[in-house]
Write a protein that binds this ligand. Structure first.
Ligand code: ATP
Ligand code: MG
Length: 256
């Protein structure tokens, strides 16, 4: 079943900048779809529109066959339970003044109507946070630490735990590994892969790094200057019919 359908979506910030041009694609439930493109190609614009953080006038975004409203904030709240996002910079998503466990349970406190499957009856809020830490491969002792006492990779794990705490059906990752060193990047990709397999959540993985996308995603969409120039399944990556820009990305990443 199609979870997300984007139809002829465009976005202009002003008359000169057209960040997205009539883009259309479909994401099926349980799929991991990669969006790859150079800086300024419109990737974050798309992510923000999906989260209802950016308005739009042209085109449609359908989530579970319902239109994500371009403006109405109260309706957007509905989607925020189902769509969660991980950003490049985990530091900005964690309040430096709160211990990790408090940041972790914030989404669950905001959506009290949700009882995730990993919560057993009678468990304290702090134990919920510890449970979440274990789900992303961190020691539960981290619960009492502050963001400033964690490494970049650990902070990104915490923000992943936070995002998955309310068991969203779609996880949008906007360059989640871009600020991490290579070995930690791989670990985060492995974690996302493992969580995706376990929970069958749908992932939209945005990156300028085609290697990361090939690692995690079974489908790829290539954005250039706000246009989708190519879209294919992973096994079609090396086919002759690939767009010249896709081929250039493959070459630059040395994964030929
Ligand atoms: N708030 C804004 N106001 C005006 N223009 C914007 C705004 N946000 C983005 N843009 C422009 O829209 C275009 C797409 O930007 P976007 O941030 O979506 O690109 P990106 O693919 O995420 O790039 P990067 O890889 O550097 O994160 C760029 O030309 C950018 O300058
Ligand atoms: Mg961006």
């Amino acid at each position: 079943m199609s979870l997300l359908t984007i139809n002829d979506l465009s976005k202009s910030y002003d008359k000169r900048v057209k960040a997205l041009n009539q883009i259309s694609f479909d994401v099926t439930e349980g799929e991991c779809v990669g969006i790859v493109g150079e800086s300024g190609s419109g990737k974050s614009t798309l992510a923000r529109m999906l989260l209802g953080l950016e308005t739009y006038k042209e085109g449609k975004i359908l989530f579970n066959n319902q239109q994500i409203p371009p403006k109405n904030r109260s309706q957007v709240r509905q989607y925020r339970k189902d769509i969660q996002m991980i950003f490049q910079d985990a530091t900005s998503t964690l309040n430096p003044k709160l211990p990790i466990w408090k940041s972790l349970i914030e989404p669950l406190d905001n959506f009290k109507e949700i009882t995730p499957s990993f919560i057993t009856e009678g468990i304290s809020r702090k134990q919920v946070a510890e449970e979440l830490l274990e789900m992303v491969g961190l020691e539960k002792e981290m619960a009492d630490r502050y963001p400033g006492e964690l490494s970049g990779g650990q902070k990104q794990r915490v923000s992943i735990a936070r995002a998955i705490s309310i068991e969203p059906s779609l996880l949008v990752c906007d360059e989640p590994t871009a600020s991490l060193d290579v070995t930690v990047q791989v670990q985060i990709l492995q974690l996302l892969e493992e969580l995706q397999k376990k929970t069958n959540m749908t992932i939209l993985f945005i990156s300028h790094d085609i290697r990361a996308v090939t690692y995690l995603c079974e489908k790829m969409i290539v954005l250039k200057n706000g246009y989708i120039v190519d879209s294919f399944r992973l096994e079609e990556l090396y086919q002759e019919e690939r767009h010249s820009y896709t081929k250039a990305l493959i070459k630059a990443a040395a994964i030929e």
